[in-house]
Design a protein around this ligand. Structure first.
Ligand SMILES: [Zn+2]
Length: 185
């Protein structure tokens, strides 16, 4: 594994692990509500095109895959490499979530459980072109809304429940290039 300081002298492993989890949750919420803008913001064009195709397919079939109640179990970096001016970080992220499918025709559930959480382990690949600067991010540890001071639950809502201000993960310059499910219980 290369030295993370090659990415930036400000690179902080634990904070990055939290940020990676936040972004993964962002992506899953965006997937649930077919929010293409969020997917485009955090995914490479390769991954975005795959997801866009899959979501449009679901749209045609009038199906919605809803994921909610995310809880972080583990997030760790498994490798960091540099190749062809690209920084590549591979991570293992384990979380529990509610995951089910509904039909948009009658809002009835067609697959999965609305009450029983599942545990999923992902292998997620983040990449950043080296000419794009690594940016610090601020909010992963935030317990209070920076706008109104109300307590916030950043893992379950990406907005403040009190003042409704959006609290999305800050960009770091890294984008998700690949998401693989390693195990699903
Ligand atoms: Zn607020």
């Amino acid at each position: 594994m290369e030295d993370f300081k090659q990415i930036s002298p400000h690179f902080h492993k634990e904070t990055f692990c939290k940020w990676a989890y936040d972004v993964l949750v962002c992506i899953e919420k965006a997937w649930s509500f077919k929010d293409f803008d969020i997917l485009r913001r955090y995914e490479t064009s390769t991954l975005y095109e795959i997801h866009e195709h899959q979501l449009n397919n679901m749209k045609k079939r009038e199906v919605q895959n809803i994921m909610s109640d995310f809880e972080l179990l583990d997030s760790q970096i498994i490798s960091y490499t540099q190749e062809n001016h690209i920084d590549k970080i591979e991570m293992k992220i384990q979380l529990s979530l509610i995951d089910y499918f509904i039909s948009l025709k009658d809002s009835k559930k067609i697959l999965g459980s609305q009450s029983q959480s599942r545990i999923v382990e992902y292998q997620v690949t983040f990449i950043k072109e080296q000419n794009i600067p690594f940016q610090q991010f601020i909010y992963s540890d935030l317990k209070e809304c920076p706008y109104c001071g109300a307590p916030i639950d950043i893992y379950n809502h990406d907005y403040c429940e009190y003042c409704k201000q959006e609290l999305k993960a800050e960009d770091t310059g890294f984008l998700i290039d690949k998401i693989e499910i390693i195990s699903l219980i």
